[in-house]
Ligand binder design. Sequence first.
Ligand code: EPU
Length: 346
Amino acid sequence: MRPAVPLAELTTLRVGGPATVADCATTASLVATVRALDAAGVPLLLLAGGSNLLVSDDPVPGVVVRVASDGVEFGADGVTVEAGANWDSVVAKTVAAGFGGLECLSGIPGSAGATPVQNVGAYGVEVAQLLRRVRLLDRASGQTHWVGPADLALGYRTSRLKYTDDAVVLAVEFALDPSGMSAPLRYGELARILGAGDGESRPAAAVREAVLGLRAGKGMVLDPADHDTWSAGSFFTNPVVPADAVDRVRAAIRDHLGETAFPTYPAPDGVKFSAGWLIEHAGFGKGFPGPDAAARLSTKHTLALTNRGEARASDIVALARVVRDGVAERFGVVLVPEPVTVGTRI
Ligand code: EPU
């Protein structure tokens, strides 16, 4: 155990108070540590890449279990990875080994074990499409078992593992395409760069390069020298407005901005609006509230809240509230944060 580790050192937003940290470099030590802490009734917080966490500035009670198991094992048509493996390294390894499937998920910060928890997605692909099974530690029984995607209630940025602490992800297995061709390209901007029609594939390595370029342009690839990337990625999910409320939101947009085009995406039971667009058009432009603020919107993408170097969790929380309340006031849509909050709430 390491006492008084500032969690600001272990999260991509680089905020968070001090905690006692237990480093688990293997799956066996992760299982043993969680079992022991649970048996002793000690509260625990699981942390791996730290890229989807907003931790308060106060001391964190109990023990932070740092998942650092990082084995990667290839089969003939898939890969099994331990939960603490760095996600982008996993994607890079699959592409280098001649497998297609994960390339659209290049450049995403965080760990492999976190990907099924919130069904990570980008550029037209979600892990749900490739997930074969997940190995869980059930904390109530202390037993480990594999579950398939059908048991995980995977949805847009959610699963039954999100917002509950009853299971720990130990490993994840993905189905891959041994031909080395990418998943069908469904994201217009990406397909255009690669000269592909909707649903066509391209070599996975070329798709990875294109995705990394797109993400970097939006400040969504970690770079210690670039404060626009000191973030938790998208801070809010894209809101799905129920079918019977869509006309009300359209009218609010028209009232404030006149006739204007805005991006929407199909979603089950409603219409998905673009949180980045709503934020920008509610008056919170890129870089809001300005260069002197400790926490501000990324200068490259309004959906990322960023730490300019000295921000504390309270600064990030305050900015998130201003943005959420402003968008709600103007358009009647309440944005929901994507990161998990610890010891604080928006
Ligand atoms: N937009 C603005 N202003 C901005 C940025 C975007 O108006 O500053 C509008 C534009 O109209 C743009 C639209 O928002 O066309 C969509 O932007 P983008 O293509 O960047 O996608 P997003 O919906 O903002 C989602 C995911 C990202 C993922 C990208 C690409 C969520 C919450 N976010 O962002 O995932 O990388 O699509 O697929 O679904 C993450 O979850 O942390 C994440 C980065």
